[in-house]
Design a protein around this ligand. Sequence first.
Ligand SMILES: [Mn+2]
Length: 349
Amino acid sequence: MHETRHSSPLSLEDTQATAAVIMSDTLVASRFLPSNDHIGVTAVAFSGGQGKAGVDAGPDSLIKAGLLKQLKDDLAYRIDYDGIVNTYADVIPESDPTVDNMKRPRACSAVNQRLHEQTYAHAKDGRLALTLGGDHSIAIGSISGVARAIRERLNKPLAVIWVDAHADINTFETSDSGNVHGMPVAFLTGLCKHDIFSWLKEEHMIPSSKLVYIGLRDVDSGEKKILRENKIKAFSMHDIDRHGIGRVVDMALEYIGDDIPIHLSFDVDALDPAHAPSTGTPVRGGLTLREGDFICEAVHETGRLVSMDLVEVNPKLLAKEGNADTWEVAETVRAGCSLVRCALGESLL
Ligand SMILES: [Mn+2]
């Protein structure tokens, strides 16, 4: 596989004049970033955290659908993007046998270690770090890099809102599949440690008391035990049915507390398969598109968002042979773009 380089990484001169006007009008002032209009994008074409090919094409499909152009033209962001869809081919080993039930552990570790440095660099310089995946294993690198920068800059922990059908908090001991995309939260909270991930330090981690889930509906029994024993806050689809999405998001934000930066890790499989069918592990009974967008809008409104992942868009699933243009793929990509725009300040009025 080769690195993909998009032509003309976004020149900004043409919108700079309007940017100043639009910025002060529509984007919420950032509490923890030096400016509210500067994004650092990392595109991560990695699928090794699970077994289905094609999720590595996620970032390319989002960018080709115009996501970064929309952020620049419609929301007036300055975008720092090197134009590279990273495959990290240079750090992926040829041989990567299963270790302690973890599949492709060395690739997962090496890719995340590199990504950690990339999001760290964005966050250290005050940019909102936007990471486009890729499978959800990449949250190990994306979140730990931002958490490290936030600790250094502000001496605060990073809170994480994890929007997902799954809890992704298996350890390599509890996982049935051995897929690392089901384990990132366990690594990020330090509930799971392994020599292969020895680069992941204590100061890169997330306190489990600053983690909140929204949208859960397919949680393994081992994971339920972990959530209970560690008193981790989780709002399942049942809670959303009972209270409504507005109240659930309010409760999630109240739980985190007011004075803490937020990372939003959005797995597109949190949405119902009616809205996001082209994803590796779809589960029925999920969020509507509006509920997903609402979570993102509400997090933006806090002014506390410092970073975001959008993961598990797989444009090769449910695609026709040689043609990605099925409604399933188009809807999934469109939903992914919408979620990111909403988290970055797009509003209905
Ligand atoms: Mn996930």
